[in-house]
Write a protein that binds this ligand. Structure first.
Ligand SMILES: [Zn+2]
Length: 602
């Protein structure tokens, strides 16, 4: 708004932006060129927002590409830049839009603005940086030291490139799945920084991979036009028709490296031996993902059954073409079920022990966190999830049966002293931040002196109550900043929780997650359990999913091969770029061209 404007226009809360729903290859089919709604925050060229900063530096070629200005009236007027493989500014818009949407999903599920700063202990909070064209190479990954997502670009294989043109440029940043996958790695890393501490725990790595595949897959259910088209095409049998793009991960990426299907597929048949036999992280993550997707299909079927009955003919899914209104209603139900399931899974992070996490722990965390908010399991989703984990042989250690009651974490003893009052009074401040997430007013306005008081009070509290908290009193404690979560239950109740993680390094790393109510009383003390003995991977454990990783690893990132990815007009030399966009500037030494064998997290 300009100074002196008499009738100012209200600032819209939504900014529409265009993205590819899958990737450009699938998008030759024009329906997948879609627009999504992102939260409207002021954006400098980059885009550079309070939490996400896109830096288009190409380490292979040592240059920058022109940053997009999403607040330019010409761009605003057309709802973002048009879909284009050849314009780096569209690529920047797409990574920003996908990241912004998924960050928003995490905000809502956790009931607080996602704390991007918490992973770097002691350091100032810093936004997540995204490099859409970080290097030439068949790879994309999250780099924890930089706090950045790095995406590579490469030429498709020349013999069997699927629907790609042999030799054409493939941009991993234009794949919705790849962007969402790497972003999820980054977010999990901040929620559970010690998830992968133990080398002998295959579940931790697999959870990272499984969730990072699950988030893009469930996120796609929010793409209304795509979902309605799939419901129409499959006549409502979303769960039984093979080869739906909905259930494939990174189709173009897979085709470009010579694989027939996408990198991974959610349609893995349940088998009670899977949990004890599949060990490769991506494949084991696939077991986790397919368990969750199974639960989605179960609840989906239950929720649309009456719609088919009301519609009369066809009596059951698949009989005949569906009426467009019915398609719309079914798609709405599917989207709702997917969103609810995704929310449940994200919420579980507040109820996970900080270390030695297993699939069984995750299930217990999901069940307990969801029960706190939604005691009755009205949608049947919790029961479906428990059942589909059971069908894959995933059991929680220390639990006798897979009945819901026995999966709940034990409630804390009544005798444990409540959290120090300074910790509770900080709630009010955080409630203010929750009330409206207003980046323009400085999301980071929380006052550091208060935070210091809270931390020293917490340290004293943990020492005094070490035994009750299942900690060793004489061993150094590493205490996380408290997380304040505000959620509204289906019955309208406001559920407020304070979550603290404490880790100790004795002979091995142990840790506990403490969940307290708004008044500071302790509800749960969730310690890590000793890891179950995992069998070594048998020979036939080399599953199909292991191949993509090998295919990706075979690639090498430097030196530059062939022509530049974009026309010269988009290139900016580093010196000039630093003058124009000092806030976005990076130095070559900060963006290492990756050694692919060591750091691949794709
Ligand atoms: Zn990954």
């Amino acid at each position: 708004m300009r100074q002196g404007e008499r009738f100012p226009y209200p600032r819209p809360s939504i900014r529409p932006l265009k993205i590819y729903a899958f990737d450009p290859m699938v998008a030759r089919d024009t329906r997948t060129k879609i627009a999504v709604e992102t939260r409207n925050e002021p954006l400098a060229p980059g885009p550079r927002g309070p939490r996400i900063v896109v830096v288009d530096y190409d380490a292979t070629r040592g240059c920058f590409y022109t940053p997009v200005n999403l607040d330019d009236p010409a761009v605003l007027m057309q709802g973002g830049i048009d879909h284009s493989e050849g314009d780096p500014r569209f690529h920047q818009q797409m990574v920003y839009a996908v990241a912004s949407q998924i960050l928003g999903i995490f905000d809502r599920a956790l009931g607080r603005p996602f704390d991007l700063g918490s992973a770097i202990r002691g350091g100032p909070p810093r936004p997540l940086r995204i490099f859409p064209h970080a290097f030439e190479g068949q790879n994309a990954y999250y780099e924890p030291q930089m706090g950045a997502l790095l995406f590579g670009y490469f030429r498709a294989t020349s013999d069997d490139a699927g629907a790609n043109i042999p030799g054409q440029l493939v941009f991993s940043c234009l794949s919705h799945d790849v962007v969402a996958h790497e972003l999820t790695h980054a977010l999990i890393d901040r929620l559970s920084p010690r998830l992968q501490t133990e080398v002998d725990n295959p579940d931790a790595y697999a959870l990272h991979e499984g969730l990072s595949d699950l988030v893009p897959m469930l996120h796609r259910f929010s793409f209304g036009t795509i979902l309605r088209e799939e419901v129409r095409r499959t006549r409502g049998r979303l769960d039984t028709v093979a080869e739906s793009p909905l259930f494939e991960i990174a189709a173009q990426f897979g085709a470009a490296v010579g694989l027939k299907y996408g990198l991974r597929n959610a349609r893995m048949k349940a088998d009670t031996r899977q949990y004890s036999t599949v060990m490769e992280p991506h494949a084991r993550g696939g077991v986790f993902m397919s368990a969750v997707m199974d639960a989605l299909f179960q609840t989906y079927q239950a929720q649309v059954r009456d719609l088919f009955q009301i519609a009369g003919s066809p009596q059951s899914p698949g009989d005949d073409d569906l009426h467009p209104d019915l398609v719309g209603r079914i798609a709405t139900e599917a989207a709702r079920a997917a969103a609810a399931l995704l929310t449940m899974c994200i919420r579980a992070f507040d109820y996970l022990p900080p270390v030695a996490v297993t699939f069984g722990d995750f299930l217990r965390a999901v069940v307990t966190a969801d029960k706190e908010l939604n005691p009755d399991d009205t949608s049947g989703q919790r029961a479906a999830l428990i059942e589909s984990f059971r069908r894959r042989g995933i059991y929680a250690s220390g639990v006798r049966s897979s009945a819901e009651e026995s999966l709940l974490w034990d409630r804390a003893d009544r005798g444990i002293a409540p959290l120090p009052s300074v910790c509770v009074s900080a709630l009010t401040q955080n409630a203010q931040a929750f009330r409206r997430i207003r980046p323009e007013e400085g999301e980071r306005a929380s006052s550091e002196p208060v935070a210091r008081d809270v931390m020293s009070a917490l340290r004293a509290y943990a020492r005094t109550n070490a035994r009750a908290l299942r900690l060793a009193p004489d061993v150094r404690m590493d205490i996380s900043r408290p997380r304040y979560s505000f959620r509204v239950a289906p019955d309208g109740q406001l559920v407020v929780e304070i979550i603290i993680q404490i880790v100790q390094k004795a002979r091995r790393i142990i840790g506990v997650t403490v969940v307290a109510s708004a008044d500071g009383s302790i509800r749960y003390v969730i310690p890590n359990h000793p890891l179950p003995r995992f069998e070594p991977p048998p020979e036939e454990g080399k599953t199909a999913e292991a191949e993509p990783k090998a295919a990706l690893k075979a690639a090498t990132a430097s030196p530059p091969r062939g022509s530049a990815p974009f026309p010269a007009r988009y290139r900016i030399a580093p010196a000039r770029y630093r003058l124009l966009y000092p806030e976005l500037s990076v130095h070559a030494r900060d963006v290492p061209v990756p050694q692919l064998d060591s750091s691949h997290r794709g």
